[in-house]
Design a protein around this ligand. Structure first.
Ligand SMILES: [Ca+2]
Length: 350
């Protein structure tokens, strides 16, 4: 089937090196590899520090923060007293705070609800695989009204992949509901992560659901669920200025395109989408398209107006080129993120 490739949306962080990468033939129904700027593992250790007292004797009081800790199993947990860990449904997993606390790991599976930051959501029978059909749901309630994002880290994520023709997840699916809309994904996504906008204040809980169906398959998942307060620096920033690849991007910058000379061409850093054109543009007899896209606005034309971009060049590939030079104009660049869909041309997206 003849299909077009449609690119839209963004937020993608990157560390620049001299590089030219291509992101080819995306596995629709799989999940694009996202890297967000400014996020580190373990940042949840800064999550609402509290104090826990433990009395050793009448005269000695030892206090330690309920910070993040590395459990003996390698899983991350929260350092707390044994009785608190037990009361909150966690499992002690090694010591922390110089032996005065226990690293409390929260791990749960189908049909449960959690409000514990850093909970692991695993398949039934984990660490064994799961080869059944049905629906496995975790409800994530906010640990605090100030939470407005949830990060999912796919420590393990293997479920049946999409069908081979239209790449639709028609057997297994991982579905996020209750937050901002996210397409269902499937296949192998181990090592990837996902952010969910959970809204401000007390909102409906986010639900994470694995639906398994079809032929027998050895499935396994272990998803770390981290709750991110709105005020923290490790929250993914809003989508403004979310496409900034070249040019002085500390203020509004138009789209820059092509490899020519002049201030509006892409001579340093760029995305390359073969023969890209804006969706909705009335094409002249001689089709106009560009390859390189950079600047502060995502569009295949010189414009301050962002646009979805399409390409009909197969195989579908996306290159990202950088030149290892940031000063003076590229220092404020934040990178990019693209959503994409494969679109049958019978849909006439032109
Ligand atoms: Ca550069």
């Amino acid at each position: 089937m003849f299909v077009c490739f449609l690119f839209f949306g963004f937020v993608f962080g990157f560390s620049e090196t001299t590089d030219s990468r291509h992101f080819g033939q995306g596995q629709l129904g799989g999940f694009p590899k996202w890297r967000m700027a400014g996020i580190k593992r373990g940042d949840h250790a800064k999550f609402w520090p509290q104090k826990e007292n433990r009395f050793l004797s009448i005269f000695t009081v030892v206090t330690f923060p309920n910070g993040g800790c590395a459990g003996a199993s390698g899983d991350n947990g929260t350092c707390m007293a044994a009785r608190e860990c037990s009361a909150r449904g966690g499992q002690a997993n090694g010591q922390c705070a110089g032996g005065y606390g226990l690293c409390c790991v929260f791990m749960t599976s189908c049909g449960s609800t959690t409000s514990e930051n850093g909970t692991y959501f695993v398949n039934s029978g984990y660490p064994s695989s799961f080869d059944g059909t049905g629906s496995c749901e975790l409800t994530v309630a906010k640990a605090h009204p100030d939470v407005c994002q949830i990060r999912l880290d796919f420590t393990r994520f293997t479920i049946a992949g999409p069908e081979q023709i239209n790449h639709v997840c028609n057997q297994d699916q991982f579905i996020v509901s209750g937050g901002n809309p996210i397409p269902a994904i499937c296949g192998v996504n181990q090592g990837s992560h996902m952010y969910i906008d959970a809204g401000i204040g007390t909102t409906n809980p986010v639900k994470l659901t694995f639906v398994t169906s079809g032929t027998p398959f050895e499935r396994m998942w272990k998803v770390k669920v981290t709750q991110i307060p709105c005020s923290t620096i490790y929250k993914v920033n809003n989508r403004s200025r979310a496409f900034t690849i070249s040019g002085n991007s500390n203020g509004p910058v138009n789209a820059m395109v092509g490899s020519g000379v002049g201030p509006n061409s892409c001579a340093n850093d760029w995305l390359l989408v073969p023969c890209a054109s804006n969706v909705g543009r009335v094409q002249p007899a001689q089709a106009l398209c560009t390859d390189r896209i950079c600047g502060g606005t995502f569009s295949a034309e010189l414009s301050m107006q962002a646009s979805s971009v399409m390409s009909t060049v197969k195989p579908f590939r996306l290159w990202f080129h950088t030149d290892n030079v940031e000063a003076p104009l590229d220092i404020g660049n934040r990178g990019f993120c693209l959503n994409y869909i494969q679109q049958p041309c019978t849909n006439n997206v032109m």
